[in-house]
Design a protein. Structure first.
Length: 644
């Protein structure tokens, strides 16, 4: 500062010896300066040396300095004293002109609160915030009354990062993370929350929040800039659950007595139900109760009786429907094209206790049930003209399916548990004792084989013979079942008309093989032989002269010849009624009255059996009479009969 100070004395020196704050005219207080002195004011600090050199450092933090602005200035005055070598001194003023410079604006943090829409389908509205980001922004230069400062928003972008290459200019709308922000140059803004976003919807209650940040660029009149942050806080609200209808498919059990398993469906009614509130925020879905079409209601975890089955739904939504295959309506379904439907209404609830209802519709698909064939029986009597019996095997057979019909599709001889020869429906099939004709409609006829030896042997024994047949029925779907038809034969004892009979071959010249059992002669043969006669003449009372050789019929004939009760064994048996009486007279005449009857064989044929010729005692040269079996054979030979 001594450069412009002078002293007229040649060779004199100048030294700064004191300094003070203020202009010389204000006569400030001067402080001595020895070497170097430092003076501090509001505007800055002056460091002054004795040789006149100095440095002034501006106090940039001083509000007055800050407020100067590019066109503003202030003057800081200092008064200093200069002394020469002779001790003379003078004072002068140091004017420090402090010119202002532009200070960048200060953008304060801004906040906005958006409230999520809630309810069912966001039908309970939320709220969208708005405001002005410059309400809390400032510029230190703005206090300069000479040049009032103005602030302006130039651009903005999503997030809190640095200025991007292409920010959004003010006056436009910017898509943020959870909504849209419109920011104007004057700082006014509005935010629209996108309530359709999953992340927004996931918020369940107030206090669960999301944030959407935006950064804006603030500038002052001189182009200085600052970044400001606008933070939108999104506060959650409960969204109502949405229960959607469910379907399930069941299949009726079929086959024989429901032996073919059906389908009892399982699933989860909550799988397609929704609640946009997130599980990460504690949201849950729970089934609380369900109701059937019959009006009955069950709580979760209880079994509910429906119309056609039972339903169990657990709190977690898992369920099982069990078809009641014993239900007549279910059983009546015959094909997969027939179906029953049952509807249940269930109620689900979210964590906040809001409920929603939906329906579970169970479709029960029909299945064919096998027909049930039941055993049949009938009696055939030889006293009835052929066919000896008729009937129908289907009336006691059944098929539980509605609208089904049964048809006989198979027949074979023999019992159901055995084997036998198969026949043709509508055609005769030979059984053991007769012939059966079984038609598709179940009607049948049975004709006894009266030539069958076993049938003939059963004459007079009652219902001792049974003929078995196994038949197969089919329903419309082709399912089958078998049952047994049992025909019980009732063969009556034959009627043997009274004599007289005459053996025309008394000498037994006709040959006949010795067969066992005996030979059977049908009634038609017997009737043809009735023309034969048996003649007898009166005797003197001690001996009966017979010109025929009668044979004896008795119960033991059957025992001896294989249970041939009441049948003809040659002509001798056929004429036994008369011969028995004559034999009894002869015996009584020789032996006196005895209890012997013609119903038993005598063990001694030489004594009791008649001789081949007239009944007189045998001469010594004659052989004993033949045995009874031989005589039966002789009688058959004389008739010229053969076994049929």
């Amino acid at each position: 500062m001594l450069n412009n100070d002078t002293d007229v004395d040649a060779g004199d020196t100048k030294t700064v010896t004191a300094v003070g704050v203020g202009a010389e005219s204000s006569n400030p207080r001067l402080d001595p300066l020895t070497g170097t002195s430092t003076v501090t004011t509001n505007y800055g600090t002056l460091t002054l040396n004795a040789n006149g050199t100095y440095q002034f450092v501006v106090n940039s933090s001083d509000p007055d300095i800050i407020a100067l602005g590019p066109l503003g200035f202030v003057i800081q005055h200092f008064t200093y004293q200069v002394t020469d070598a002779g001790g003379l001194s003078d004072t002068a003023t140091l004017f420090v002109l402090i010119r202002g410079e532009n200070q960048p604006p200060v953008a304060g943090p801004d906040q906005g609160l958006a409230i999520e829409a809630g309810g069912l389908g966001n039908n309970i509205p939320g709220s969208n915030p708005s405001g002005n980001v410059m309400d809390n922004d400032s510029d230190p230069d703005s206090i300069n009354i000479l040049v009032p400062e103005t602030l302006e928003v130039l651009a903005f972008w999503s997030g809190d990062g640095p200025l991007p290459t292409s920010p959004t200019l003010t006056g436009q709308t910017l898509r943020g993370q959870y909504g849209d922000l419109t920011l104007n140059a004057d700082g006014t803004w509005s935010y629209t929350l996108d309530n359709s976003l999953e992340a927004v919807q996931a918020l369940r209650v107030s206090g669960q929040t999301l944030t959407d940040n935006f950064t804006y660029l603030l500038t002052d009149l001189w182009g200085a800039t600052a970044n400001g942050l606008l933070t939108i806080t999104i506060d959650g609200r409960n969204d109502f659950p949405v229960a959607n209808d469910d379907t399930a498919s069941a299949v009726e059990a079929g086959g024989v007595n429901n032996g073919t398993a059906g389908v009892d469906p399982r699933g989860n009614v909550l799988d397609n139900d929704t609640d946009v509130d997130g599980t990460q925020y504690g949201e849950t879905k729970t089934v609380v109760q369900y109701t059937g079409e019959n009006g009955q209601t069950a709580s979760a975890g209880q079994i509910l009786q429906g119309l056609y089955g039972t339903l169990l739904i657990n709190a977690d939504g898992s369920y099982q429907y069990v078809v009641d295959n014993s239900n007549p309506t279910v059983q009546a379904m015959r094909t997969a094209g027939e179906a029953l439907r049952e509807v249940f209404t269930y109620r689900m609830r979210d964590t906040a206790g809001v409920t929603a209802d939906a329906r579970l519709t169970v479709t029960i698909q029909g299945a064919n049930d096998n027909p049930v064939a039941r055993d049949d029986s009938n009696t055939a009597s030889d006293q009835v003209q052929a066919p000896q019996t008729t009937g129908n095997v289907l009336p006691n057979d059944s098929d539980i399916d509605a609208g089904d019909s049964l048809t006989v599709t198979g027949i074979r001889a023999g019992q159901e548990g055995g084997t036998g020869t198969a026949g043709v429906i509508g055609q005769p099939i030979a059984g053991r004792y007769g012939t059966l004709v079984l038609n598709a409609d179940g009607s049948y006829t049975y004709t006894i084989d009266l030539t069958n030896p076993e049938v003939l042997a059963a004459a007079g024994l009652g219902q001792v013979l049974q003929d078995y047949f196994t038949y197969t029925i089919s329903d419309l779907a082709g399912a089958t079942d078998q049952a047994q038809l049992t025909i019980t034969l009732d063969i009556s004892s034959p009627y043997i008309p009274p004599g007289p009979y005459l053996d025309r071959d008394s000498r037994g010249v006709l040959g006949l093989p010795d067969v066992s059992p005996a030979i059977y002669v049908a009634p038609v043969v017997e009737r043809a032989d009735q023309a034969l006669t048996l003649s007898a003449w009166d005797a003197d009372g001690s001996n009966v002269q017979l010109f025929a050789t009668p044979e004896i019929e008795s119960g033991s004939v059957g025992a001896g010849l294989g249970q041939v009760h009441g049948q003809y064994v040659a002509q001798a048996v056929a004429s036994s009624r008369q011969a028995s009486a004559e034999d009894k007279n002869w015996v009584d005449g020789r032996q006196g009255v005895t209890s012997l009857t013609a119903d038993g064989l005598l063990p001694d044929p030489s004594l009791w059996a008649p001789l081949p010729r007239d009944m007189v005692p045998a001469e010594k040269n004659e052989q004993p009479a033949k045995g009874f079996r031989a005589q039966l054979r002789d009688a058959a030979q004389r008739r010229g009969s053969n076994a049929p």
